[in-house]
Design a protein around this ligand. Sequence first.
Ligand code: PMP
Length: 351
Amino acid sequence: MSRFWSPIVHALEPYTPGEQPKHQSFIKLNTNENPWGPSPRALEAIKDASGDALRLYPDPIASDLRESIASTFQLSADHIFAGNGSDEVLAHAFNAFFCGKEPVLFPEITYAFYPTYCKLYSIEHRMVALTDDFRINLDELQGPCGGVIIANPNAPTGIALPLEDIERVLKANPDVVVLIDEAYVDFGAESAVTLVPQYDNLLVVQTFSKSRSLAGMRVGFAVGQPHLIEGLNRVKDSFNSYPLGRLSLAGALAAWEDTAWFEKTRDQIVANRERLSERMQGLGFTVLPSSTNFIFASHESVPAERLLAGLREKGILVRHFKKERIRNWLRISIGTTEECDALLNALEALL
Ligand code: PMP
């Protein structure tokens, strides 16, 4: 607390990031990182970009990266905006599109950064309760509002909505931006990018942090019609006109184009997720159906906080959220086969 803080800073409730331990080595299943590592071609490209050229500013509009992403989606580059992690892209989108008078709507259990951005930019918001089985209540995501935000698949539940449901929300809210946060889409959900040409109110945000294993590099992007991308560029150019450095641009481009590595590592994560999910159900856990690189699980007789502490003692980090409705649940990132086995052994010992 400081007397120099502005009223907005006083009122902020900053997001609490998952633990990134510095001094002890853990099996880290707490922040949905990808255990397989980035594409070797991306690492090579980063090395190549690391030379004298670093004294020069990077391309402020990330042309090559945007062209490459656009061509994969059969769109033109003016449909793509690239930023410093999808967190930054989301922040710019909130700033650009949600500062109207009506509250923006999003589920009550979802990515905790959304209410934080609302506070930061003085955006009214209304959170909509999930159904009893943790699904998004579509009927509540309409009516007079300043915008709609859906993480698809949702986090931390891991549950995905089919594309028909996303279209329903787009049609029900034609006069506001519907933002679909697809941080985890590559692990089993349908992307709404294919709907972009049809809906002028759709903005889709994706990241290189999960399925492309570049969380440490901080690259994310948005896909939408050019008028929305122009809105994001106006915010970016009023904030940091060079969001992506030369190393990030080179690494992300090579990672995007290395589809073989992407597909191989994604398939391994999906296979490990299905196996872990089945084995945990065998240990008495309820596990929600996940389309992501994590599972959300709760044990009928052992409280989540006890398991969290017990796992930590055994050198395994998982994520727990204090929100009442999900207090007895743990979010567990999918690791390598050995890491999943270590987790299962530790859980067996704790139960
Ligand atoms: N959206 C969701 C739903 C997430 O879980 C995360 C990761 N914490 C992000 C966005 C941000 O990812 P990044 O900034 O690493 O791209």
